[in-house]
Design a protein around this ligand. Structure first.
Ligand code: UDP
Length: 233
């Protein structure tokens, strides 16, 4: 029996037996949900890209919630109790980093930077540090450190994978949860919605949509083809 649990901006979450089904919708949003469109096949592309990249991470000792891809737009995943957090890893300056701290888009950071943000559209996802997470009862210090460590490891793996085809991973956002044994596991999705991916100045991520630079789905389709080709190497 399939039970509807929750419908978010870009996914429908269902429960089936001991598992969770994530159904990726064709909705695309930006600016805390203020900009919103529906684009044919967006959910199909993001579901398969997430499946390929999470399978790759699972095989390279980064545990994710991913179990199985159910074409065209559904993932079977491990149930997690999610932290209301976004964990961002940056290799280059871009987006909100440049707004907050200055510098130029695409400038290298000396080492990967990890930032935590509360998932709270009404408050525009405020940035928090580990002390906030403890104080607000959102995560223990040890869990936060673990999220940081897993995020950097996953990002280094994905950066190297994309580099095989000359693509640059600029930054990426993760979400984590606890499994039934209380382990910190990488959840949610990994797609052009959640990372910045560039090749010789060309944009292959949601910035195409955020900045109205053409048809984002052409780029999402190319990222899917890239992921398919990388996963067969
Ligand atoms: N990101 C995301 N969801 C969010 C905010 C950011 O997936 O709610 C991703 C974003 O696509 C980028 C990275 O996290 O790859 C860093 O985003 P940034 O903080 O620069 O914010 P933005 O420029 O997207 O507002």
């Amino acid at each position: 029996m399939v039970i509807l649990k929750y419908e978010g901006k870009t996914k429908v979450v269902k429960r089936e037996g001991g598992f969770v089904l994530l159904e990726f919708k064709d909705d695309i949003t930006a600016g805390d949900g203020l900009k919103h469109d529906v684009m044919e096949n967006k959910g199909v592309y993001c579901a398969e890209i997430t499946a390929i990249l999470m399978k790759y991470l699972n095989e390279n000792s980064v545990r994710t919630h991913f179990l199985e891809y159910i074409p065209p737009r559904t993932l079977k995943v491990i149930p997690l109790k999610m932290f209301p957090l976004e964990v961002v890893v940056r290799f280059k300056k871009a987006g909100s980093f440049v707004k907050r701290y200055g510098g130029t888009e695409g400038e290298d950071l000396e080492k990967p930077l990890v930032e935590f943000f509360l998932k709270d559209d009404a408050r525009h996802d405020p940035m928090v540090c580990v002390d906030h997470l403890e104080l607000l009862g959102i995560a223990e210090k040890k869990q936060a450190e673990e999220m940081k460590e897993i995020s950097v490891k996953a990002s280094e793996l994905l950066k190297s994978l994309f580099a095989k085809s000359g693509f640059e991973l600029w930054d990426i956002k993760y979400e984590f949860g606890l499994d039934s044994e209380g382990r910190v596991i990488l959840g949610d999705e990994i797609s052009p919605d959640t990372f910045r991916l560039r090749k010789r100045g060309e944009i292959f991520d949601k910035d195409v949509y955020r900045r109205d630079l053409g048809d984002p789905m052409e780029k999402y389709r190319e990222v899917l083809e890239l992921c398919r080709s990388l996963s067969s190497l």
